[in-house]
Design a protein around this ligand. Sequence first.
Ligand code: SF4
Ligand code: SF4
Length: 328
Amino acid sequence: MHEAKFYKKEPVNKTRCVLCPHRCVISNHKAGICMVRTNEDGVLYAATYGELTSYAVDPVEKKPLYHFYPGTELFSIGSWGCNFKCTFCQNWQISQQKVATEHFEKEDIIRITKENNCIGIAYTYNEPLMMYEYVYDTCLLARESGLKNVIVTNGYISEEPLKELLPYVDAMNIDLKSFSEAFYREVCAGQLDPVLRSIKQAYDAGVHVELTTLVIPGLNDGEDINRIVDWVAELSPEIPLHFSRYFPQYKMDLEPTDLEVLNTAYETGKRKLKYVYMGNVSSEIGGSDTYCPKCGKEVIKRDFMSIDTSGLFDGKCKYCNRQIAGCF
Ligand code: SF4
Ligand code: SF4
């Protein structure tokens, strides 16, 4: 077992994990809220170091990242465990329970990524930062090997571990699930403020950041959307925001998000942000293409099978030369 970073010893063989804002005090032979970080006789272990439940070659658009090397692929890996308990979790089979794993050395990940002509690695599926040490070590090796590192996360991590990791991260998609503390507390078993801090911290560190909000009818589809858009616009209107359509999953059985509701969120976003998208909908519905914020021409066209970047030249709009965020 691999010893965890970011913990303190407490009396009577207890440990306090400080990797995320839960700051769990963990008794001997027990694990924290995420189920992953385990105390054995006063030493905290990262139980999922190198233990993967899922891996696949995915288009970068699937993360979703629409402005980071469009049309390329990432080797995507995940384990089990999460520090949130979202009642709508689409990956609850691996985020909310322990499941069988396959061990991969970090060198294996680099080799498979290269063999599959992927530009880099996406740490995703469950909450990848619960296997922080493995993500960190693999990120370092990937960086040395000329590969990109992409983290897909709920953003619920403490400031110091994120600070140590960010120099090796190229892009992140961070969930901004709501702008309501009550939503985060009651639906996700977390808190909003640390997520906002993580987004800002990653953006300020120069990491390419895109955000995702799953729009859930009656829960975050009203004033929440305005507040999310206002907050992101203040941080930077250049940050791409994905409004994703909710479908019933896990413990949540509300009706799927009405397309009109999703479209209202999309239109709200477009009033203040340069790049807004709709996700979990067919490309025929719209909301998946990138338009130049200056001249309004389509610069990246996305549909189910293909990505057409012919409107880009050196990461700029080929019609008016305006830089398109995140593109090279
Ligand atoms: S990472 Fe896990 S054990 Fe550590 S504080 Fe967060 S939920 Fe608790
Ligand atoms: S943060 Fe993501 S993986 Fe974790 S419970 Fe919520 S939706 Fe599932």
